[in-house]
Design a binder for this molecule. Structure first.
Ligand code: LLP
Length: 415
């Protein structure tokens, strides 16, 4: 897809990664547009024959350059804040293709969504429905509503990113969803548009999606019996990718299940993929600053690099595993290295126990970093955030310049 070795050197499409690091510095996130585009087409292909809309989950990677290109492909967007809505608008996205998820939509965010005429609010509680109704009335608009159902399905993923169990804060149980639908359909300020769920992220098996879809369709039938019709069913995102040798979710099998389940129905399918569109497309480039080989048996070998947990928090937060490889293959002897950053915490590592031949100054690529990488970065330890680069064919462009210390300090005062 987007990355391959040419003459021993790792390249993003036609561009050697070393060239980007030399021009832009490190740490830097690099994204291959071709990889995103190909993945978009793969998902569309898996859903061939199903009336569907891909609403890209902006939170996974919200860089404007990526959003703008996805908008050109006709993508819709799944947003979780007014800020993400602003990004979609600036990137030329169509608000009529936007769904708004999240348990804590503020009044300002709801107002912004109503004024833009977004396609649907994915409502997650009775209180939110009441607030949405009141704000729609105030603005003299009709807000389109989908109710997020919590189907109590085990997605078999990391507990921090499982969202479809009854213990989770997301959505409402099926019985309550029916109540919210009747309230919405009785309101002159609300229009019932759809039903949705999102059961978690990085899900490798089709079965949990099938269980969730079945649970939602059961509700669609009950609603139909009450004369409440829906125009779409949204099964969320969560399609797992391969970070290492584990299998990714089989999109074609999922597509087949969906085709079968929706065959006789006049419901548009919505999906909200984030990770599966952008994870493979990204690498985080970082340079080895210092090597601290084990001084004695029983000690560890540390490669201290210039990227840290503030740049990529996934290993520290979810025990996530990312492949790490030297951009130029090294010939020297290998050792088991812990790849660690400059931040003053022992949890600050990008990778542990990697068998690599390393020298100081080497450029490393942390793979599969296009999703939930830069977007979760911070200024911890007063570290300016990394630059972002987009590669398209033989060209690359800086699509977010590296922050400066002045950028980081600007909002502060002495009181
Ligand atoms: N829709 C909703 C309502 C969501 O909450 C999410 C992700 C998605 C769609 C997209 O899910 P995806 O297709 O990307 O799996 N920071 C974590 C992942 C958090 C996911 C949050 N919700 C990580 O780095 O693994």
């Amino acid at each position: 897809m987007g990355y391959a070795r040419r003459g021993g050197e790792l390249c993003a499409e036609g561009v050697p990664l070393e060239r980007i690091a030399t021009a832009v510095g490190t740490p830097v996130y690099v994204y291959s547009w071709r990889s995103v585009h190909e993945q978009y087409r793969r998902i569309e292909h898996a859903l061939a024959g199903v009336d569907h809309r891909i609403c890209y989950a902006v939170k996974a990677n919200s860089n404007l350059a990526i959003l703008a290109r996805l908008a050109k492909l006709g993508a819709g967007f799944d947003i979780v804040s007014g800020g993400e809505l602003e990004r979609v608008l600036r990137a030329g996205g169509d608000p009529k293709r936007v769904v708004f998820s999240g348990v804590g939509k503020s009044t300002a965010d709801i107002d912004f969504g109503i004024k833009c005429g977004i396609d649907a609010f994915n409502v997650e509680s009775a209180s939110e429905l009441a607030r949405l109704e009141a704000r729609a009335r105030l603005h003299g608009c009709t807000a389109r509503v989908s109710v997020r159902v919590n189907p109590d399905v085990d997605a078999n993923t990391h507990p921090y990113i499982a969202t479809g169990l009854k213990e989770s804060k997301f959505g409402v149980p099926p019985a309550e969803a029916l109540e919210l639908f009747s309230r919405a359909s009785a309101s002159p300020d609300l229009a019932v548009a759809g039903i949705d769920c999102h059961i978690g992220s990085q899900i490798a098996d089709v079965e949990p999606f099938e269980a969730a879809l079945t649970a939602l369709l059961r509700l669609v039938d009950v609603l139909g019996g009450e004369g409440i019709g829906l125009d779409h069913i949204d099964i969320g995102g969560g399609f797992g990718v391969a970070y290492g040798n584990e299998p990714a979710l089989d999109l074609d099998v999922l597509g087949e299940v969906i085709r079968r389940s929706l065959a006789e129905r006049r419901l548009q399918l919505r999906i909200e993929p984030g990770r599966s569109l952008v994870a493979d497309a990204g690498v985080l480039l970082t340079r080895v600053e210092y090597l601290k080989p084990a001084p004695a048996p029983g000690h560890r070998n540390f490669a201290v690099v210039d990227a840290a947990m503030n740049d990529l928090i996934r290993p520290a937060l979810y025990q996530a595993w990312h492949a790490v490889e030297p951009v130029l293959a090294n010939s020297g002897g290998t050792r088991q290295w812990d790849i660690v950053g400059p931040v003053c915490e022992s949890g600050d590592f990008l990778a542990l126990d990697r068998e690599l031949a390393l020298n100081e100054g080497d450029l490393l690529a942390v793979r599969t970093a296009g999703a939930y990488g830069f977007v979760q970065s911070s200024n911890y330890n007063t570290r300016p955030r990394a630059a972002e680069v987009l590669v398209d064919g033989e060209e690359f462009a800086v699509v977010r310049r590296r922050e400066t210390i002045s950028d980081v300090l600007r909002p502060e005062t002495f009181g």
